[in-house]
Design a protein around this ligand. Sequence first.
Ligand SMILES: NC(=O)c1ccc[n+]([C@@H]2O[C@H](COP(=O)([O-])OP(=O)(O)OC[C@H]3O[C@@H](n4cnc5c(N)ncnc54)[C@H](OP(=O)(O)O)[C@@H]3O)[C@@H](O)[C@H]2O)c1
Length: 248
Amino acid sequence: MSNRVGVVTGGSRGIGLQIARVLVMRGCSMGVTYMHNESAAKEAEDQLLQLATNGQHIRMLKGDAGDPRAVREHAALIRDELGCVGILVNNAGIMPQQNFENVTTQMWDDTLRVNLSSAFYWSREVVPGMKQEQYGRIINISSIAARGGGVVGPHYAASKAGMLGLTRYAARELGPFGITVNAIAPAFIEDAGIFLDWSEEEKDTLRKKIIVNELGSTGDVARAFEYLLDTPFVTGVTLDVNGGAFMI
Ligand SMILES: NC(=O)c1ccc[n+]([C@@H]2O[C@H](COP(=O)([O-])OP(=O)(O)OC[C@H]3O[C@@H](n4cnc5c(N)ncnc54)[C@H](OP(=O)(O)O)[C@@H]3O)[C@@H](O)[C@H]2O)c1
């Protein structure tokens, strides 16, 4: 991986940061995007630089992954400064919880844009370089909500289900160019997102409902990511990382 370039959208915290750490430990230079939280981004940059023992470059990029112009600018910057992107992790996501009839048009549009359109915008930018190199890994971070519906709301479930269709279409078209496209469907990741704010009591109640009676970690998702990264013969799949909860 030592001369590869990776991009993780929404990589300043949670699952995205853990995946970025893995890529840096494997020798990649990285573009890492984020949206609002400057202090988390600074902390992430420091952590990644400490891991970059082969002189890799770490480029933190602030902006909306759901805005095609911002994505085009970021992608051009990475291409110019670091080179062709070989590994793209479409991870940026928002999850504003709301029940069906109270989802506003704005909330619907924003969630689809950030969670789903961003994956298409970023993929569209990096695929030409991947084709040229005859190597690419695109990994889309979906959710258990894509199949079971989940509890966040229809906007979130639809955005994450859309990612699975995008994954399968892209896998089919891009496979002959050495590019694999896969998805990971996590749930209940204790050290990321909303679960960081939960009390131990709330987490214990949730654990009892999960088949393996455990919550997951960003490390569990990162291990699934590494499998997909290392395996050229697997494409178009969705890997469930949710303690068996997809069966419930
Ligand atoms: N945690 C779970 O249990 C779980 C379960 C299923 C699926 N997922 C999915 O996994 C992915 C990561 O989740 P997480 O829990 O690790 O999230 P998180 O801790 O909330 O982190 C979200 C990341 O996305 C960035 N972001 C948000 N909006 C963005 C935008 N418009 N453009 C670019 N970056 C943006 C955030 O940057 P700022 O901090 O600067 O805003 C942050 O870096 C999401 O797609 C989520 O839906 C998570």
